[in-house]
Design a protein around this ligand. Structure first.
Ligand code: DOR
Length: 449
């Protein structure tokens, strides 16, 4: 193991920024102090002018294994993650086969072991007929149960009202929902087909995957969670109306109690809005849809106001060729993990929220929400997952630097002020600011429950 001393950095952690040195020893954060002296054999990194953050935890990704390796895998997508400062990820169950029982979950852990450069956790999936498997979930093996309350890639819709009631009543882990009302979407799609035939314009996407469909489904999930006292996390909120349904309060209150119902939004909803469909077309087609500029403004405010608890990516790669198909055939989802942090930091530079607020949403909150052990904070004794940012280093997004298997990015041509200068995973350098280094050493995440 490499022992490293990072000196002169500005640490950003638990609501504040301060100058300090940080020592990595045996894969853990050994010491944080105003001034530490180098020991024999230590690698010293001078981080003057840079920000040192806890490694980013992306709480929503689709890395595509098993079954869709042509879109992405546990070798390529975690490589893109660490290049972007993301040291851990929580991956979704809409794979082939879907992750619908303990055996499928363990098979995913086995697939990622030894191949992933980032630490990994896997959500358990739901269907209309896997209640028995859900009742048997061991809460130390998964961050939670993902329920598609709206159909999306992989068709894992759960729409039987009795099954939903039973899941919200009995699930032994937090429930994580994709909320969009499928019958409303199907009706809107049929109406668009009647009007446009096979040439539905992409700017109809937010009308088809409508704000009303989001609202109806989110209300249903909140009602179920309130009735059953369920720990509920609603994924990828996209509208101002939905935001208003969530409490503006810290994730953990002054007595250490966590909110029962929490919300997530994703970086693309802070960045893109309806006007971008003209430029980017199907490349920004995703479920739920990118909506209005006024929704984007509400989501940016919701981060500052603590109505949104977690910011993630929903990194969902599809091939370039798949995305070139007509609207109705092009799959939904976009690759985001490599530029997640620099894009989010641009929102800080633009004054939408503070740097400690961002660190709360992308580092601390995923760990707090899903009980991830020993990660997500700069704390002595924690695993040394660290992200070093050069705030003025500059990132010009080009296709050549894309590490995700699909080889494209919706950010192509954009410039962000910041650059990811280095990433450490479990104490080892994984990204040196220019290239991947070392060997995959991502670990299985543990949940302290
Ligand atoms: O746009 C999306 N893509 N939304 C989802 O819910 C699934 C994801 C995917 O897996 O492609």
């Amino acid at each position: 193991m490499t022992d490293t001393l990072i000196v002169n950095a500005e640490l950003v952690n638990e609501g504040r920024s301060f100058h300090a040195d940080l020592r990595i020893r045996d894969g853990r954060i050994d010491a944080i102090a105003p001034s530490l002296s180098a020991r024999d054999g230590e690698t010293v990194v001078d981080a003057a002018g840079k920000w040192l953050l806890p490694g980013v935890i992306d709480a929503q990704v689709h890395f595509r294994e098993p079954g869709m390796e042509y879109k992405g895998g546990f070798d390529t997508e975690p490589a893109a993650a660490v290049a972007g400062g993301v040291t851990s990820f929580l991956d979704m169950p809409n794979t082939k086969p879907p992750t619908l029982d303990g055996a499928a979950l363990e098979a995913k852990y086995a697939l990622a072991a030894g191949r992933s450069r980032a630490n990994f956790g896997f959500y358990h999936g739901a269907s209309n007929d896997n209640l028995d498997a859900i009742a048997r979930i061991d809460p130390t093996t998964t961050p939670g149960l993902k329920i598609f309350m709206g159909a999306s890639t992989g068709n894992m819709l759960v729409d039987d009202p009795k099954v939903l009631e039973a899941m919200f009543a009995r699930c032994p882990t937090p429930i994580i929902t994709h909320c969009e009302d499928t019958p409303m979407i199907e009706a809107a799609l049929a109406a668009a087909r009647a009007k446009y035939g096979d040439n539905i314009p992409i700017d109809q996407h937010p009308k088809i995957r409508s704000r009303e469909a989001c609202m109806a489904s989110t209300r249903l999930a909140l009602g179920l969670a309130r009735r059953h006292g369920t720990s509920l996390h609603v994924l990828h909120i996209t509208t101002a109306e939905e935001i208003a349904l969530f409490d503006a309060a810290p994730l953990i209150d002054a007595h250490g109690k966590r909110k029962q119902i929490t919300a997530e939004t994703c970086v693309h909803f802070l960045h893109f809005a309806r006007a971008d469909y003209g430029r980017l077309g199907n490349l920004i087609k995703c479920n739920p849809a990118v909506k209005e500029a006024s929704d984007r403004a509400a989501l940016l405010r919701a981060i500052a106001e603590d109505r949104v608890d977690v910011l993630a990516t929903d990194h969902a790669p599809h091939t370039w060729e798949e995305k070139q198909q007509p609207y109705a055939s092009a799959p939904s989802g976009l690759p985001l993990v490599q530029d997640f942090l620099v894009c989010a930091l641009q929102k800080v530079a633009d004054g939408h929220f503070s740097l400690p607020q961002l660190v709360q949403k992308i580092c601390h909150a995923p760990a707090q929400r899903f009980d991830i052990a020993e990660r997500g904070f700069l704390r002595e004794g924690h695993c040394a997952d660290l992200t070093l940012v050069d705030p003025k280093g500059g990132t010009l997004v080009t296709r050549e630097r894309v590490l995700a298997k699909c080889g494209w990015t919706p950010f192509e041509g954009e410039r962000f002020d910041a650059r990811v200068a280095a990433t450490w995973v479990n104490g080892e350098l994984a990204w040196d600011g220019e290239r991947l280094v070392g060997v995959p050493n991502g670990q299985r995440l543990r949940y302290a429950r």
